[in-house]
Every structure is written in structure tokens, then in C-alpha cells.
Design a protein around this ligand. Sequence first.
Ligand SMILES: Cc1cc2nc3c(=O)[nH]c(=O)nc-3n(C[C@H](O)[C@H](O)[C@H](O)COP(=O)(O)O)c2cc1C
Length: 189
Amino acid sequence: MIRRYSDRTLPRELVIALLEAATRAPSPHNRQPWRFAVLTGNARVRLAIAMGERLREDLTRDGVAPEQIARDVARSYQRITSAPVCLLACMTLRDMDVYSDERRNAAERWMAGQAVAAALQNVLLTATDLGLGACWMCAPLFCPQTVIQTLGLPEDWQPQALITLGYPADAGKPRDRRPVDEVTIWLDN
Ligand SMILES: Cc1cc2nc3c(=O)[nH]c(=O)nc-3n(C[C@H](O)[C@H](O)[C@H](O)COP(=O)(O)O)c2cc1C
């Protein structure tokens, strides 16, 4: 993940290329439950402020020290507003199947969420291919109504993630991964 960006603007064609890659993702019954809002200029600032207020409320309720809260809120604001483009990814259940029982409805929601995540992984891989940096931010999941109201989104768009995008200002911090052996079992009967 790249969390710091240069001032260089991101051409619209590249954003469209990322969206094209996103929408090539697989989805259950090919229902394509992803929706995107491309945020530039003041739109991303408004969102950063609104989500920052919600973060402040949550952390205050948790009893976190005010200085720490101020640092966390400022860091989130800085990350979002220093990216020339932010891609808000939402999920809609509008075209998904509806069952008579909650077990299958829950599975349907998971499937839609998995499809959105697959679309976002395409965005990350394509961004890397194009020499861009990107970072997946989970903040919208924690305050979906705030995001919908701040941006005036349709009510069925369920915010899932914010992807910050831009030309990288640094190489980012490579993070370790658990060895494959630790996270895999092989079964042959
Ligand atoms: C669902 C999801 C939510 C994430 N949320 C955040 C986030 O809110 N802020 C952030 O800086 N990184 C976030 N990340 C990025 C992870 O921190 C990052 O992928 C992980 O630490 C491994 O680092 P790497 O991808 O740079 O190798 C998120 C990643 C995923 C898949």
C-alpha cells in the first residue's frame, strides 16, 4: 500500500482504466454489485472531515486520550486529502437474490461484498501496473450513513472502502506475510 502521494494530478483516463479493471471482476450471477464514487477536489475533503468527526466520536467513547484522538483524526484526514483521487467503493444488494431465510440472505450479502473486494483488488493490481500508488482504507465501513449523507449517495449504496490513489511519493513500507505453510492445509482424501 502507498499512503503518500506526490502533487501530480491523476489523468481522468487512468481513473477510467482503473474503473474498467474493477468492473472486469467476477461477481455472483454476474450481478456486479459494485458502485463507485470518484472523489476529487473538495468532495474528498468534505468526506475526510465528516469521517474524521465520526472517528473522533468513536474514539472518545472508547476513552482514548484526546491527544491520541487528535493524532489519529489528523492522520486519517491527511491520508485522504493528500491523494489527488479517492475511489469510494460501495455495494448494492439491488440485483442480488432475496431468500425467505436469513441464512441465505446473509450468504448473498457476503457474496456481494466479496465481489466488491475482488473489484478493488483489480484496482490495486492495475494501479501498480500503471505506476500508481493506492491504499485501501476501511473508514467508510464504520460510518456508512455519514458517507451516504455527506456525498448524497443513493440509499442502496452501502459504503465498503475508500481507495486513495495517486503517484507515489515514496516506495511505501513492505509488510511481511505469514509463510504459506502457516495459512494452508493440503488435503487429499
Ligand atoms: C479490508 C482492508 C482494510 C484496510 N484498511 C486500511 C486502513 O484503513 N488504513 C490503512 O492505512 N491501510 C488499510 N489497509 C491496508 C493494510 O494495512 C495492508 O494491506 C496490510 O498492512 C499489508 O500491507 P501491504 O498491502 O502494503 O503489503 C486495509 C486493507 C484491507 C484489505
